[in-house]
Design a binder for this molecule. Structure first.
Ligand code: GLA
Length: 359
């Protein structure tokens, strides 16, 4: 007999450094944050009724959706994520049960903190648990992290239309307290790296500009990287040679140079963290932002104003995070600037990954 109820939480993420590298088989250094999405599921075993249907409620929005468990049609907004996750789980062979899903989020959508990955991962955990037999599972026990991350990425790619990589989902699934995760997207190895901040703080400040990957320049950037690979004759920019990249036409040269240099900055950031050198981390964060603004061209005036505000308040480093074209800015503050952190900024702490809750 499958379970009557299940509940799961999955966090959003902040990417310390390594932006637009995931779909280029590169390196990134994200961490899961304490804020995320909670999904509570209740099976409906009534004959002929809930078994074949899903009723989903987005409690923060006061909105509702209802759709068939088998072959749900596509939709828009949050509904596309829920329907897509249900459909991809079914296609992957997970036994599912119809019923009710209550969704509550503490990550503002469109703020660049991966509310969508948190939603997909929490849905996966809650729905798999609801449909599974036997005693309640613990956390991700028995589930393949990479398989779930890929499944969630298919939801973004095929149901939402955003050609995103695996960064957000892997960070949400694998998050560990007090650690960033060094992810190598060519091997999909995830290595926790202690992120000991002492009296320093990491904050995010919303630029106020919302973004949606499907509609922004995100997909264009991804296509540009693919075109650069074609011209270079390599399978991914991870294999690209700097001398050959220098001969690419613009804007492809700038895009590929960003990726190659950003991978190096990730390694330098891991070294800075191991040495406890937070000022060096701040400089790397600033260099990453400059490259995202000038070479990758994913910044906006509102984001620039937000970066300037954090730097003026004494941040050792500030940069746009996530896909770009709006969203949040990350700031790294030394202890002596703590008093001048803007009051609207929210402190973020490296926290644990997705897990089941008591239903
Ligand atoms: C978004 C995508 C990720 C990644 C980042 C940029 O967050 O979802 O896959 O590409 O942008 O680093």
């Amino acid at each position: 007999m499958a379970h009557e109820r299940s509940a799961a939480f999955a966090p959003g993420r902040v990417n310390l450094i390594g932006e637009h590298t995931d779909y280029n088989q590169g390196l990134a250094l994200p961490f899961a944050i304490a804020e995320g999405v909670t999904v509570r599921a209740r099976a409906d075993h009534a004959p002929g009724a809930g078994g074949g249907r899903v009723v989903a409620r987005a409690l923060d929005l006061g909105e509702r959706d209802e759709f068939p468990l088998a072959d749900p049609p596509g939709s828009e907004g949050w509904r596309a994520f829920v329907r897509g996750t249900v459909a991809e789980l079914a296609r992957a062979g997970f036994p599912l049960i119809g019923g009710e899903l209550d969704i509550r989020g503490r990550v503002p959508p469109g703020s660049g903190l991966s509310s969508s990955a948190a939603l997909e991962v929490a849905l996966c955990l809650a729905l798999i648990e609801l449909g599974s037999e036997g005693p309640p599972a613990e956390g991700f026990a028995g589930l393949d992290h990479i398989e779930i991350a890929r499944l969630c990425a298919r939801v973004e790619n095929d149901w939402v239309g955003a050609q995103t990589g695996l960064l957000d989902q892997l960070a949400s699934i694998c998050g560990a307290p007090d650690s960033a995760l060094c992810i190598d997207f060519s091997s999909l190895a995830v290595t926790p790296v202690p992120l000991m901040l002492g009296r320093w703080s990491l904050v995010v400040l919303d630029s106020g500009e919302r973004h949606a990957h499907a509609g922004s320049g995100y997909n264009t950037r991804r296509a540009e990287c693919a075109r650069a690979c074609e011209l270079l004759g390599v399978a991914s920019l991870r294999e690209a040679d700097s001398a050959a990249v220098a001969r690419l036409p613009e804007p492809l040269r700038d895009r590929a140079t960003h990726v190659i240099e950003e991978n190096r900055r990730v390694l330098a950031a891991v070294a800075a963290l191991s040495a406890g050198d937070l000022p060096a981390l701040g400089e790397l964060i600033n260099a990453s932002h400059a490259s995202l603004r000038d070479r990758y061209e994913v910044s906006t005036p509102a984001v620039e104003a937000t970066v300037a505000r954090l730097l003026a308040a004494g941040a050792a480093g500030a940069r746009i995070i996530g896909g770009g074209f709006g969203g949040s800015v990350l700031g790294l503050f030394p202890p002596d600037a703590a008093a001048s952190i803007p009051t609207q900024a929210r402190e973020v702490r490296p926290s644990g990954g997705a897990h089941l809750l008591v239903a």
